[in-house]
Design a protein around this ligand. Structure first.
Ligand code: PRE
Length: 114
């Protein structure tokens, strides 16, 4: 058997190039892998925030949440992403990121149980 493996993620067609649902699903699956890669980096920033924030109270920051959503909506408009997709997706993303940041903060510097 050849030691050379075929590309596990062959180039996916762009939306306008899709002719079949197989094409569409190849494109979506490929795009989702890229989104996961980017979200791993975002998750890394939550670890950094948990390391840098001195108090547990600083993890949840209402003003910053609204600032993030406003910036995302501006960018969504500029790039052509529907606000009906962007706003709920980012609000849920931030909610889960905050939960992750709390877990990380507690695990590294707080809530030490005897
Ligand atoms: O900006 C921060 O302080 C973050 O920790 C990032 C983030 C986010 O997910 O964007 C998470 C928690 C905060 O409450 C606000 C925003």
């Amino acid at each position: 058997m050849s030691p050379i493996k075929s590309d596990p993620h062959p180039a996916a067609p762009l939306p306008d190039e899709c002719q079949t649902m197989t094409d569409v699903r190849k494109g979506v699956d490929s795009l989702d892998r890229e989104l996961v890669r980017l979200l791993v980096i975002r998750q890394g920033y939550m670890h950094a925030a948990a390391r840098i924030k001195k108090t547990r109270d600083a993890v949840y920051d209402e003003a910053r949440i609204e600032d993030v959503v406003a910036k995302v909506l501006t960018e969504a408009k500029a790039q052509g992403l529907s606000a009906d997709i962007a706003e709920p997706v980012w609000r849920k993303l931030i909610e889960r990121c905050i939960a992750h940041e709390f877990d990380e903060w507690d695990a590294t510097k707080g809530r030490k149980t005897a």
